[in-house]
Ligand binder design. Structure first.
Ligand code: COA
Length: 249
């Protein structure tokens, strides 16, 4: 367990909580590494039947730490962010996500790889890549058009505007939208229910659902990753990152 990724086990459900609330749970290298390690460990631990992802302090996550993008950008496929995405995409047990507040960038795209996503009515989603001078990641360029249709996918990825929980549900990121106060109760109940199902049958079911697209998802991660790395070094991206880091409130 690390300070920025909390772990809790209850009745076969391992909850991983992104815990950097003063920075809206923005992901640092250390957080990606801790989350990757936690998924790999959960995959091997027979007492863990379901993983739940959530964020502390009323935010899911503000996505990649923009200061990190400037100071220590990922450099290749083995970088922490890409290792995390691969660990999630290839995780073979059910993943539930409980989303409140902002889910930005990878905070939205990671939901494409979760099996059941509960979001509050006040949750806000955004894939702001275009406005940061970067591009789609997390296999969103493959899965969002499939789930949401090309028209909505193009709108979400080409304008990069925030969208609400109802739109996130329509676009296939979210399974169920609940009143703000019910998030923990509903997400925990769904996770516990999954944890009570026959464990091997559940694994097979997840594999059958995900396997037909897995090779394409992994190929898309590589294609997007290569473009994303190039974009990170562009003037467009550096200007956008510096503007965010030096903005006045
Ligand atoms: N990277 C680095 N720092 C971040 C961050 C990020 N992705 N997201 C938020 N923070 C920091 C802010 O700079 C601020 O730090 P400060 O208090 O030292 O100034 C703190 O977290 C709180 O954020 P703030 O913007 O004041 O909160 P808010 O409630 O007004 O807005 C967000 C929350 C998430 C909507 C907003 O912070 C945001 O848009 N963040 C950028 C998200 C982003 O573009 N991520 C990259 C995706 S590829």
């Amino acid at each position: 367990m690390s300070e920025t990724l909390l772990t809790q086990d209850i009745e076969g459900v391992r909850t991983l909580t992104f815990n950097r609330p003063e920075k809206k749970n923005a992901f640092t290298h250390a957080m990606y590494e801790a989350a990757t390690e936690a998924l790999l460990r959960a995959g091997l631990d027979a007492t863990v039947r379901v993983v739940m992802l959530t964020g502390a302090g009323g935010t899911f996550t503000a996505g990649n730490d923009i200061g990190d993008f400037l100071e220590q950008p990922p450099t290749g496929e083995d970088s922490a962010v890409f290792r995390f995405l691969r660990a999630l995409v290839n995780f073979d047990k059910p993943v539930v996500a409980a989303v409140d507040g902002a889910a930005v960038g990878i905070g939205t795209t990671m939901l494409l790889h979760c099996d059941y996503v509960v979001a509050t009515e006040r949750a806000r989603f955004v894939m702001p890549f275009i406005n940061l001078g970067v591009c789609a990641e997390g296999a969103s360029s493959l899965l969002v058009p499939r789930n949401a249709g090309m028209a909505l996918a193009s709108e979400l990825l080409m304008f990069g505007d925030p969208f609400d929980a109802a739109t996130a549900q329509r676009a296939g990121f979210v399974t169920r939208v609940v009143p703000d106060a019910q998030l923990q109760e509903v997400a925990s109940e769904r996770a516990r229910t999954l944890a009570s199902k026959p464990v091997e049958a559940l694994k097979v079911t997840k594999r059958l659902l995900r396997e037909p697209l897995r090779a394409e998802v992994n190929a898309t991660l590589r294609r997007e990753g290569a473009e994303f790395l190039k974009r990170l070094n562009s003037d467009e991206a550096r200007e956008a990152f510096i503007a965010f880091m030096s903005r006045k409130k």
